[in-house]
Design a protein around this ligand. Structure first.
Ligand code: SF4
Length: 377
């Protein structure tokens, strides 16, 4: 069996510098390679024309440099959301989404990429299409970074760049802790994307040891805790793999907030007549009172699961109002890409269900006033 070559996207800047030093290359070579990959978006070693031919040949022989194949890609009717299904080198597919937000009086324009950290997911949330597909494997840091690179390439063609990352795609990021953190550091690296850690958010259904570990990393990455219910029993109906009680989760999130000086967000997927009653709003407010947090209400995405219909608009607004009146910071997340199956796992479910090979070239609509403004944190 041939030896698997390392993927250059998995190497840190220090790894690449060490490799170049070991090959008796000048110290600036690592920077040159990174600039080709992340500033000039070269698609192959051969495109890196100011590297000596012999070095390019050695790089090609010893390192893999492959960008994921686009299985299919869809753009929402308003042009603000693009969802790609990417096929990785071993054939598994993962979803990644670009959400473009126009500038408002209070916020600059943003290009947010929602990345997957696992192929599939073992958490089995009943309202999530990915959760119904099971778990395949963890993604490497390079495979997470490749998703950002995919959209960065497309954006540069319209003079824009990626500004924010949310680790909210397929998978539980904290169950793939080492690779998720390595991806965060790669995205921070000034020679790669140079993104501030405040511009990234990691979501979790609540793995307490990893949340506490994250709190001690010295990073300013945001934390989003997916709660979905104020009651342990009811939460376990929605997140059957939940291992920790809500009070344990909130204590860990509050410790994270105390150590980072940031508010955490509480994600709450609203399901009609399941978790959106006035009593639940009251119980949630009781749980969150005094904590350093902000609630994001998310009308659950339509999936094949008839048990989890999305809350009707009036119920969403009533739930929001009730929380606000009880002194909780709350917003309803602006929905994006519903028309292109942008809910987690929906596109993969559709495509893998019928297995077409419909690769498409990505063309982005120019950003403009038509893009919806964001109202959630
Ligand atoms: S909502 Fe997130 S954690 Fe839950 S099954 Fe879906 S991908 Fe996994």
């Amino acid at each position: 069996m041939p030896e698997l070559r390392r993927n250059v996207l998995d190497l840190t800047h220090a790894d690449l510098s060490g490799l170049m030093a070991g090959w008796d290359q000048p110290s600036y070579r690592a920077g040159q390679v990174l600039a080709w990959m992340y500033r000039r978006f070269a698609g192959s070693w051969d495109a890196m024309t100011d590297l000596p031919r012999a070095l390019r040949a050695r790089l090609a022989a010893e390192l893999q440099f492959t960008v994921p194949e686009v299985e299919t890609e869809r753009i929402s009717a308003d042009g603000s959301t693009t969802k790609a299904l990417l096929r990785l080198s071993d054939g598994v597919t993962v979803e990644t989404v670009l959400m473009r937000y126009a500038a408002t009086e209070r916020a600059r324009a943003r290009n947010t990429v929602c990345v997957s950290t696992q192929a599939g997911c073992a958490m089995a949330c009943v309202f999530c299409a990915t959760g119904q597909q099971g778990f395949l494997r963890n993604l490497s840091a390079g495979e997470i970074v490749a998703q950002v690179l995919h959209f960065a390439r497309a954006l540069v063609a319209c003079g824009e760049h990626v500004t924010n990352i949310v680790f909210m795609g397929m998978g539980e990021p904290l169950a793939n802790y080492a690779h998720t953190l390595a991806a965060v550091r790669a995205l921070q690296d000034p020679q790669r994307f140079g993104l501030g850690s405040r511009h990234m958010t990691i979501s979790t259904v609540g793995l307490v040891p990893q949340m506490l570990r994250l709190a001690h990393e010295g990073l300013q990455v945001g934390l989003a805790l997916s709660l979905h219910s104020p009651y342990d029993d009811a939460r376990r109906e929605l997140v059957p793999t939940a291992r920790y009680r809500i009070d344990e989760l909130l204590a860990a999130a509050q410790e994270w907030a105390a150590l980072t000086g940031r508010r955490f967000s509480v994600e709450y997927a609203l399901i009609n007549a399941v978790n959106d009653t006035p009593q639940q709003a009251e119980a949630l407010a009781e749980r969150l009172r005094g904590l350093s947090c902000h609630v994001n209400l998310i009308p659950v995405n339509p999936t094949a699961n008839a048990r989890t219909p999305r809350s009707r608009r009036a119920r969403v607004l009533a739930f929001e109002q009730a929380l606000r009146e009880l002194g909780i910071n709350v917003t309803v997340r602006v929905e994006k890409g519903v028309d292109i199956a942008a809910g987690c796992g929906q596109l993969r479910g559709e495509v893998e269900g019928r297995r077409p090979r419909a690769a498409s070239a990505l063309t982005l609509a120019p950003p403009g006033d038509a893009l919806p403004a964001v109202s959630s944190a």
